[in-house]
Design a protein around this ligand. Structure first.
Ligand code: NAP
Length: 320
């Protein structure tokens, strides 16, 4: 099969399409023929060698993907050859024509959901779900700021929170993103590049503040997020690309909380629970992953440049 291989950490150009042996399933493993692989910022951090979790070299990047079951190990019982599925991680990397997976982390892809949409499910949707419900215990009736709503995690959070009965305000950095976040269900959309957007965000709550903020760029926003929390408000920190300065009294005066989260800390049991909810959301159409760009697998380097650019619009996926 063909797969992207990384022989050394570095820039996007270290990803090369190579011929490698086909994976073979054993035990409760499944090989999936990948029809689309999701591209996430974390794969850029890992490839560049700056992320705390480093794979042994050489490796094939990618955690997210969707396709059809190609072959099964003798103890894999939930699927049959040809079934449409999406993955929550793989043992061999998803930037490839085939991926070796543990059957427990393979989930059915409803007929109406495309492979590209399936490839958007794991990192973006599972992260949004965990940040909202497992870490911050979001409740119907609460007011949520999705700070960075136009990308993979942001769109997922807007859809999940709307379906759960929260009032949702999203922020974006482009006009195209604004239309998208609005169409996906936000009650209001603000521009996170506007100098006064924190004042606008507070005004959107009638001055009461946010019960919950899902933060995609904590190094830029965390300090001021604390000043627009409601009493007992929580900031769920999903993304950060540097250090932040905070005023602890902003949090103390509100009994507020900053909650860190990493999808990698999710237990297998929690992951299966999350994906049970996500599959239900795909089936009842409250979850509708938005695909902004489909890029050929051979051009993975271009996808890594695109995912770090501003003006996010849903998901970027690679097509083998
Ligand atoms: P993405 O698709 O590239 O989207 C990035 C988002 O950040 C866009 O909505 C972008 O908006 C927004 N953004 C840019 N500047 C911002 C600002 N000043 N304030 C607020 N938002 C801003 O990435 P993603 O997949 O959604 O991931 C978002 C972040 O979460 C990344 O840093 C990623 O590494 C992290 N993440 C963490 C976990 C975890 O386990 N903790 C899991 C998944 C992702 P515009 O482009 O419209 O400006």
């Amino acid at each position: 099969m063909k797969a992207i291989r990384v022989e050394e950490f570095g820039g996007p150009e270290v990803m090369r399409l190579e011929e490698v042996p086909d994976p073979k399933p054993s035990g409760a493993q499944v090989v999936v023929r990948i029809r689309a692989a999701g591209v996430n910022p974390v794969e850029v951090y890992i490839r560049s060698g700056t992320y705390p979790r480093k794979p042994a070299l050489p490796y094939t990047p990618g955690t997210d993907g969707a396709g059809t079951v190609e072959s099964l190990g003798p103890d894999a019982k939930r699927f049959k050859q040809g079934d449409r599925v999406y993955l929550a991680g793989s043992l061999s990397g998803t930037y490839a024509e085939l991926a070796l997976c543990e059957e427990q982390f393979v989930f059915p892809l409803p007929a109406a959901v495309s492979f590209a949409q399936g490839a958007a499910m794991h990192v973006p949707y599972a992260t949004a779900f965990r940040a909202l419900f497992q870490r911050a215990h979001a409740l119907a009736g609460e007011t949520l700021l999705v700070h960075g709503a136009s990308g993979g995690v942001g769109i997922a959070a807007v859809q999940l929170a709307r379906a759960a009965g929260l009032r949702v305000i999203g922020t974006v950095g482009s006009e195209r993103g604004r239309k998208l976040v609005w169409a996906e269900g936000a009650h209001e959309v603000l521009d996170h590049l506007a100098a006064n957007h924190f004042e606008e965000a507070l005004a959107a709550t009638g001055g009461r503040g946010y019960d919950l903020i899902l933060e995609m760029l904590a190094n830029v926003n965390l300090g001021r997020d604390l000043g627009i929390l409601a009493p007992h408000g929580r900031v769920s920190v999903v993304g950060s690309r540097g250090n932040a300065e905070i005023t602890p009294r902003d949090m103390m005066g509100r009994d507020g909380a900053i909650l860190g989260m990493s999808l990698w800390n999710t237990t297998p049991q929690e992951l299966i629970s999350i994906h049970s909810a996500l599959v239900a959301g795909l089936e009842n159409k409250t979850l509708r992953p938005v695909i902004g760009q489909e890029i050929p697998l051979a051009e993975a380097a271009r996808a890594h440049t695109a995912i770090m650019a501003s003006g996010a619009y849903g998901k970027i996926v690679l097509i083998p």
